[in-house]
Ligand binder design. Structure first.
Ligand code: URP
Ligand code: ZN
Ligand code: ZN
Length: 499
């Protein structure tokens, strides 16, 4: 009897770099063999006719977060991570949220406590909404403890940062080694438009998209990148919604700025027209930035295939629809600005992208793996432990049936939300078995492990967060001194991405 805890036999093993038909051997939670003809093991999975993929990494999901006015995420860490695992995801990156006036340290302790009930491994981004001197002093030790990414909002009333505050956060990130991620929309422009729409009586869910046209996202994306460029801080733009924004990012990448970006399945599937559904149903699709047009969707597919966008996350925001703590917190006729933003999608992220992308021939298998597994692992400092099928990596594996057809219905999902935006959509390709650190956690629709087994992943400094070394002037503002007496940095070409 060979010395493996588990052998996955005869599947097509796919990584971001290629594919190979072989067996995969697991011991002590790690991948220890990738070759043909592995010896027998007591536990075997017959993967012939199936794909063997790295477990997915969902690098943007909201779990147990507060929202203005008392709305609540319906998912706990147990339910969200269970749903994630059924959808082929084995690592999540939710948020530690600092609300105005709160201490970040205290919230970090609280989130670490409640996240212990996770089914799968997790790490955290830090949301800074109030960069007071105390919070800026708390950040270095939190970063050193392995929270190597910070999220800031440039809109949403209770949490948005002005330019000065954003610069303060960027400076700490540069100094301490963290990636800054940003929700980029122009707060003032949205407020101004919203007030005028409401005064004109244009309050329906569809007017959400009128209040925040793509130009407000393009402007804030440009500004977010420009300020990060001024301090030479690597940046990720969250939830890119359309072509103009992707173009802004591509332009910055072409001039050598270390800027990365994600989109989410909802931007590839829905347009602003979908918000115009009767009976407040459009509220289910109120998310920000707003959905755009079909030509924006084409531009996003193009940007994914080219690598301008590196990651597809879910932006899972588990607000229930028919619930006084969810989308209907202000009733079933509330104006669009009074509806909690976001859609659930932690379980559907990989199947929807696979079906719309790979099954429909828009992206190849390797790109699918890169976008959902390998790139988020690299971008957020989890690679090579996570995000790839290679010797020594955690045995986070999904056995994927490329031919299984499923009609998506909320009834078959495992989140605690009462709807899915993808109700009735036909999917081709489905995660059959999910293995996390060598343990089968979900198998053909059956949960096989108990929540509480997930571990926190502390992240060490890594390549992506290293500044490029090109400040626009000889003055280094984070250290408060001149780096040379005379030279200004010349523009360079496209930055090499870490490999
Ligand atoms: O509408 C969205 N995206 N809701 C979740 C919070 C955020 O902005 O990421
Ligand atoms: Zn956001
Ligand atoms: Zn989000």
């Amino acid at each position: 009897m060979a010395n493996y805890d588990l052998v996955v036999r005869g599947g097509l093993v796919v990584t971001a770099g290629g594919r190979m038909r072989c067996d995969l051997g697991v011991r002590d939670g790690r991948i220890v063999a990738l070759e043909d003809g592995l010896g027998k093991s007591e536990n075997e999975i017959d993967a012939r006719g199936k794909l063997v993929l790295p477990g997915g990494i969902d690098s943007h999901c909201h779990i147990e977060e507060p929202w203005t006015g008392g709305a609540r995420n319906a998912d706990s860490f147990a339910s969200a991570t269970t749903a994630a695992a059924f959808g082929g995801t084995t690592t999540v990156i939710p948020f530690i949220v600092q609300q105005k006036g709160q201490r970040l340290n205290q919230e970090a302790r609280r989130y670490h406590r409640i996240a212990q009930e996770s089914l799968i491994d997790y790490t955290f981004h830090l949301i800074v909404s109030d960069p007071s001197p105390t919070v800026l002093e708390e950040l270095p030790s939190l970063i050193a403890e392995g929270h190597r990414s910070i999220k800031v909002f440039l809109t949403y009333d209770p949490v948005f940062l002005n330019d000065l505050q954003y610069l303060d956060v960027l400076a700490v990130a540069r100094e301490c080694g963290a990636l800054v991620t940003v929700h980029a929309e122009n707060h003032g422009a949205i407020r101004w438009m919203t007030e005028r729409l409401l005064s004109a009586g244009l309050t329906a869910p569809m007017h959400h998209a009128w209040a925040k046209p793509i130009v407000v996202e393009r402007e804030a994306t440009y500004r977010a990148i420009a300020l990060a460029e001024m301090l030479d801080v690597p940046l990720q733009i969250f939830h890119v919604s359309g072509g103009e924004v992707a173009e802004e990012i591509a332009r910055a990448q072409a001039r050598g700025v270390k800027v990365f970006a994600e989109t989410c399945p909802q931007y590839l599937l829905f347009t602003a027209d979908d918000l115009d559904r009767p009976d407040f149903e459009g509220a289910k699709l109120i998310f920000s930035p707003a959905p755009r047009t079909h030509s924006d969707q084409d531009a996003l597919w193009d940007a994914l295939a080219r690598g301008t966008l590196d990651v597809v996350s879910s932006d899972h925001a588990p607000f229930r629809f028919d619930d006084p703590e969810g989308k209907m917190i202000n009733g079933n006729n509330a104006s669009f600005d009074q509806v909690p933003n976001g859609v659930p999608g932690i379980e559907t992220r990989m199947p929807v992208l696979y079906s719309e992308g790979v099954s429909k021939g828009r992206i190849d298998l390797e790109t699918f793996v890169a976008l959902t597994c390998t790139n988020p692992a690299k971008l957020f400092g989890l690679y090579p432990r996570k995000g790839a099928l290679q010797i020594g990596a955690d045995a986070d594996i999904v056995i994927w049936d490329p031919n299984r057809r499923v009609c998506l219905q909320n009834a078959i999902l495992h989140h605690n939300v009462d709807y899915t935006p993808y109700e009735g959509i036909e999917i081709t390709g489905w995660p059959e078995t999910t293995i996390a650190r060598g343990e089968i956690v979900c198998d053909r629709g059956v949960l096989k492990a108990e929540p509480g087994r997930g571990q926190f992943l502390a992240r060490e400094p890594y390549d992506y967060i290293r500044p490029s070394g090109r400040l626009p002037t000889p003055f280094d503002p984070t250290h408060g001194k001149a780096t040379s007496t005379q030279r200004f940095t010349r523009r360079a070409g496209r930055n090499g991405r870490a490999t």
